[in-house]
Ligand binder design. Sequence first.
Ligand code: ATP
Ligand code: MG
Length: 252
Amino acid sequence: MASQTTPETQAGAASGAGPADIIVVEDLWKTYDMGSEQQVHALQGISLRIARGEYVAIMGPSGSGKSTLMNLIGCLDTPSKGKYWLNGHLVSELNDDELARIRNKEIGFVFQTFNLLARATALHNVELPLIYNGTPAEERDQRARGALDSVGLSERMMHKPNELSGGQRQRVAVARALVNNPSIILADEPTGNLDSKTGVEIMALFDQLHSRGNTIVLVTHEADIAEYAHRVVHIRDGRIFSDQPSSRGRHS
Ligand SMILES: Nc1ncnc2c1ncn2[C@@H]1O[C@H](COP(=O)(O)OP(=O)(O)OP(=O)(O)O)[C@@H](O)[C@H]1O
Ligand SMILES: [Mg+2]
């Protein structure tokens, strides 16, 4: 690995970070250049620490920078300025291979629109991340079946996305996010396309993952969904507006 430097030594021990912090973001900026001198300042100096095992909801109005922040945390994009330590590794110092490896190992992504391959079965969709990282076929099959089982879809493995309900599709997406046993689950509006009852089922699944020790970061603009998390971070205009325990977090 290019860097084993911990955020504590880099960012200063006075800030109170412990080795338990799995996500450390410091003064993160993201500017999109739109040509002809037009710029969008999507993130304007976000600093955030998330400890291993935390369950955090990110809220904010449309366009406030929530997805931009999630994409940076998920290493799907790079910041214009600022630092990001993922499990103690300074992400900007990792080469492409190291980045792919750490992303695969640490992070599972769940999106609002499920992002499943339309022509592939549930089983094949869940196997995809394992195909990308070169897992042998037999192990791939076993692990994908196990992940689908864990989200209650053992009966639907051979169905394609259009043969599944919205909630079942999202469960396939959650199984795909879990198949590499990542420590962090990033979910961007995972209930956004679901009716409220199905949304509650997906949130119950996240509760299970959290109780198994996973770190969960969830974007939502529904207050009742955010209440599943233990901490709620509000973003406005690319900046953190508030960062507080949810009522669940206060009572746990
Ligand atoms: N690829 C891009 N190129 C240019 N501008 C972008 C790009 N992606 C996002 N933006 C802009 O950056 C700002 C933040 O967008 P982002 O998608 O992070 O918002 P969001 O909080 O996720 O909103 P929503 O709740 O609608 O999903 C918006 O003004 C958006 O138009
Ligand atoms: Mg968004």
